[in-house]
Design a protein around this ligand. Structure first.
Ligand code: NAP
Length: 286
């Protein structure tokens, strides 16, 4: 049985689907009992509700588990604490494989949510558990957050320059790679960067979307103060706004991209292109 934490989120559901396709049995750790339907629909065999800041949650969730796929909630203030508990209790339950869903370039200190993941990776090395670390770049599926503006206004707003160079990965490819790592031998001690083939600017992404959606889509740089104001109106936590601002400023200065070799090796084919993902999104939302 494989435990997937953070299971009802965007990543968790994709990972469960990827595992389900291989026939693996999954226990899903969710936060709220009402999320059970989401993870069962994705293919989990059972669900367990609990708060990942509590020791008792991991004690219950890890009983009878051979492999854990640990996903921390996005931009979480307790990433290091949750990682520490997951590792400690995995050791106590003599889990055979700890797979950590990290991020590309966790060593970038300027992005605090990356740095937190580096600290978890560090604890994992020291724990002496058989581990694998997956480091995905930003998901292509993040465009879903801007989908209404793209379709209704023909505008793709980004809070950094529209010529910023970005790598992206299809979350479905990440899920397939994760399933390979958990269901086939030979991945203990490995750290895999998971990136798609392309490095695109928002301007190029808008052009690809224009072609596929058969409507004009323009990339528009939104001033960071405007983005922050809008985020506050939606009730976003100030700490999360700070972390996302740091990330956008890093992107604006350096871009953010990596290499697709490891992903291609794991999934045995070329990773999906941005166009593939937009086409799929178009079909699903039609
Ligand atoms: N988005 C990207 O491009 C990208 C790229 C690389 C890596 N990542 C990493 O992927 C990870 C997952 O991101 P995501 O967007 O899929 O996460 P998410 O949507 O935030 O999902 C996390 C899940 O964890 C649950 N949760 C929150 N607090 C919890 C707690 N205290 N105890 C137990 N469960 C709790 C949430 O439940 P509620 O619904 O109740 O809040 C949610 O179902 C993050 O660590 C992120 O850094 C993301």
């Amino acid at each position: 049985m494989i435990l997937v934490t953070g299971a009802a989120g965007k990543t968790g559901q994709a990972i469960i689907r990827g595992l389900h396709a291989t026939g693996a049995r999954v226990r899903a750790l969710i936060r709220r009992p009402e999320q059970e339907g989401i993870v069962l629909a994705a293919g989990a065999h059972e669900a367990l509700a609990g708060d990942m800041t509590l020791e008792s949650t991991f004690d219950r969730a890890l009983s009878g588990i051979r492999t854990i796929y640990h996903i921390c909630p996005n931009m979480c203030a307790y990433e290091v604490e949750m990682g520490k508990l997951a590792i400690q209790w995995a050791k106590r339950h003599t889990v055979e494989h700890f797979v950590f869903h990290s991020v590309l370039h966790p060593q970038v200190r300027a992005m605090p949510h990356h740095w937190d993941k580096l600290l978890v990776e560090d604890m994992l090395f020291e724990a002496g558990l058989p581990y694998t670390i997956l480091q995905p770049v930003a998901y292509m599926q993040n465009i879903m957050g801007s989908w209404n503006g793209i379709i209704n206004e023909g505008k793709y707003h980004v809070p950094y320059p529209i010529d910023t160079r970005l790598g992206m990965v299809d979350l479905l490819d990440v899920a397939q790679a994760a399933a390979v790592v958990m269901t086939t031998p030979g991945h203990h001690g490995a750290t895999y960067e998971l990136c798609g083939n392309e490095i695109l600017t928002p301007k190029q992404m808008a052009s690809i979307m224009s072609d596929i959606l058969e409507q004009e889509v323009a990339a528009v740089e939104e001033r960071i103060v405007n983005w922050q104001q809008n985020a506050r109106h939606t009730g976003m936590d100030e700490e999360v706004i700070k972390k996302l601002t740091a990330m956008f400023q890093y992107y604006a200065t350096y871009g953010f991209w990596g290499n697709s070799n490891a992903l291609r090796h794991l999934i045995g084919r070329d990773p999906a292109t941005f166009a593939d993902c937009v086409l799929r999104t178009k079909r699903v939302s039609a």
